[in-house]
Design a protein around this ligand. Structure first.
Ligand code: GAL
Length: 661
């Protein structure tokens, strides 16, 4: 990992900067003030295509080189973005077929951003060309420490494109996958409703039909579209690796974004980064109004942590936050200001979870175009906004803390799968069944126990984890089934796990398919319902609910029933160390179950109030008060001494304890 130039710490603070938005005369002063705030990294360039190539083949790299010189001259390390999220007007006019196409069959045109279809071969060639030109000209610049490919793949709903190029690409992809059309017909079950094809060239994209298209057809279109993101990204990484060696290549992913398999795209990248907008994300996330009200100015206490852990896993241990919210954003339905101190808290929390760099979006608020309401570290007139001072404070905190070291591996793992989210979206069976809500609820239950969590993909090794939670995974790949069998930890599998094959069929042995032996049961019926039909569940002498989904399971001989629905069906079963949850539990039931399993797995747990969270990195235990009330943390935490803060934490405050370990 490239080290931050400050010796006091092994992590760094960054900022997103747009030199092309500001007169050249202010660049040097901007750079100086960045250093003054403790910033050592700057991301630039990711939307600048119209300034890098104003007309076809007429490059202008002069301004970029001067900007790099200024930033490097100030000792700042640059992350250079490739500009492919914003193809210029002349290119779109020359190649209109590159536009993404909506489900309604209409092209999504020029005048904002991300107006391209991942499948379009001509656009990929244009991307290779501009990235090559850029890397040839500046790839060896000593100021550049990393590259960012494109910007937020899939943002604005752009992974699925219903274009002709996508249709042709999909046919190719299906031919590769199935070889013979008979194999595809068999796998998809096309005998149903006479959907059989005679040739791959007869297959259209799964839209525009009279009613629901075959779920297997849609599952494959998701897989195909996801593969196009990885392939599109690879076009750029191949060029950059050749022309700008020794630099990390990364991409900035998003919040709760499931449309493509990030683990696949990460295979060509060195570091996973993500864009953290706590308040905007809480505003658009489905959560009860009281919860949103309590955390409206601080953010959900688990949402940022969830993504830190998700992307640390996707990045094979290496992750950054590329864009951190500095104040109100512009894009949620409502855009609140954060409580003072939160910009610092979100920064420290990222570092606690292992972030190498915490970078803020953006240096100065833009007085023009779409994001005028989006705060920055500085106001449009250049004077410091509140976030500037909080970033300064963060850099003082880092200096006080000293090197943070590597985060220790967690003992609890949550297995996360993008494919699972597609399957559950394709046939939800109940409108309120949501993969991400199930996964996030399990994560929250672990975090309320004060546990550090690794979020791992379906291909991860599970040895060494004392507790493994699988929120819900319709198709359980063989490799994962084998890992769960041999991992040795306590396992909890949620509803619908193992209920479909890779081709979206019910397994021959019924759900949970490949986990039937491990879990010791089979599922014979499921039901979904609205909140008013919730099914009461008895567990540990109390009554809870399955609030949207339940299953009727037949336990095998030797499988214990640990909880039952009020009407006498198994709700939670155990066979050895493997548990199955036969429904979607309410928050309190899930908390009880996870607490009990964590205890049985030998993990030391806490019972944290709603807003208090903790994470350990090296020999420091971070404690965050997301509020909404001040908290006395002494009943929950003991440590040798405070490296930051104290036992009483105001809402939005942070304490860091030195631990023995
Ligand atoms: C991100 C994006 C940035 C900016 C920001 C505003 O999604 O990468 O370019 O638009 O949101 O919050």
């Amino acid at each position: 990992m490239p080290q931050a130039s400050s010796k006091a710490t092994d992590v760094s603070i960054g900022v997103c900067y747009y030199p092309e938005h500001w007169p050249e005369a202010v660049w040097a002063e901007d750079a100086r003030r960045m250093r003054e705030a403790g910033i050592s990294r700057v991301r630039i360039g990711e939307f600048a295509w119209s300034r890098l190539e104003p007309s076809p083949g007429e490059y202008d790299f002069g301004w970029l080189v001067r900007a790099l010189d200024v930033l490097h001259g100030e000792g700042l390390e640059v992350i250079l973005g490739t500009p492919t999220a914003t193809p210029p007007k002349w290119l779109v006019d020359a190649m209109p077929g590159m536009l993404p196409v909506g489900r309604d069959g209409r092209p999504r045109g020029f005048a904002s951003r991300r107006h391209y279809c991942f499948s379009h071969a001509g656009y990929r060639r244009e991307c290779a060309r501009i990235v090559r030109a850029l890397a040839e000209r500046v790839g060896a610049h000593p100021g550049i420490v990393a590259w960012q490919t494109d910007n937020e793949y899939g943002c604005h709903n752009t992974v699925l494109s219903w274009s002709d190029e996508a249709k042709l690409g999909f046919r190719h992809w299906l031919r590769d996958r199935y070889g013979a059309i008979a194999a595809l017909n068999e796998a998809w079950g096309n005998v149903f409703w006479s959907m059989e094809y005679r040739d791959f060239d007869e297959i259209d994209l799964p839209a525009g039909a009279v009613t629901e298209t075959n779920p297997a057809h849609r599952a494959d279109f998701h897989r195909y579209s996801s593969d196009q993101v990885a392939a599109f990204n690879r076009v750029q990484t191949d060029v950059i690796r050749g022309l700008s060696p020794g630099r990390d290549i990364l991409h900035n992913f998003m919040t709760f974004f499931l449309d493509f398999d990030h683990y696949e795209t990460m295979k060509d990248l060195d570091i996973a980064t993500w864009d953290s907008y706590p308040l905007g994300s809480l505003d658009v996330f489905p959560a009860p109004a009281e919860h949103k009200a309590a955390f409206a100015r601080t953010g959900d206490p688990d949402l940022q942590a969830f993504h830190h852990d998700l992307y640390r896993g996707a990045g094979r241990g290496r992750f950054w936050v590329m864009e951190q919210q500095p104040g109100p954003v512009n894009w949620a339905d409502y855009n609140l200001d954060a409580l003072p101190g939160l910009v610092r808290l979100w920064g420290l929390e990222g570092f606690a979870h292992g972030a190498e760099t915490m970078s803020y979006f953006r240096w100065r608020q833009a007085p023009f175009a779409q994001e005028q309401f989006h705060a920055g570290l500085n106001l449009p007139d250049g004077s410091p906004d509140r976030a500037y001072h909080e970033v300064k404070q963060l850099s003082a905190d880092l200096a006080a803390l000293g090197p943070l070291g590597a985060p220790a591996p967690a003992k609890a793992a949550l297995v996360f799968s993008y494919e699972a989210s597609w399957f559950l979206r394709i046939q939800p069976q109940g409108r309120n069944f949501s993969y991400i809500e199930q996964a996030f609820a399990m994560y929250r239950a672990l975090r309320r126990l004060g546990l550090d969590v690794d979020i791992v993909g379906p291909e991860a090794a599970l040895a060494g984890y004392a507790l493994v939670l699988v929120p819900s995974m319709p198709h359980v790949p063989e490799r994962l089934a084998a890992e769960l069998e041999r991992c040795g930890g306590t396992v909890l599998a949620g509803p619908r796990t193992g209920s479909r094959t890779a081709s979206h069929r019910i397994p021959d042995n019924l759900a949970p398919g490949p986990l039937a032996g491990l879990l010791g049961l089979r599922v014979t019926r499921v039901e979904s319902y609205r909140a008013y039909s919730a099914v009461p569940v008895r567990y540990e002498n109390a009554t809870f609910r399955f609030d949207r989904w339940r299953e009727f399971v037949e336990p095998a001989v030797g499988t214990e029933v640990l909880a039952e629905t009020e009407d006498g069906h198994p709700a939670l079963t155990r066979r050895g160390r493997a548990h199955y949850l036969a429904g979607a539990p309410d928050e309190a039931l899930l908390q009880r179950i996870v607490a009990r399993l964590a205890g049985e797995a030998g993990l030391e747990t806490l019972d944290l109030p709603a807003g208090l969270r903790t994470r350990t990195r090296g020999s420091r235990r971070f404690v965050f008060n997301y509020g909404p009330q001040p908290a006395d943390i002494s009943p929950h935490f003991t440590g040798t001494s405070f490296a930051l803060g104290g036992a009483r934490l105001e809402a939005g405050a942070v304490a860091v304890l030195r631990t023995e370990g």
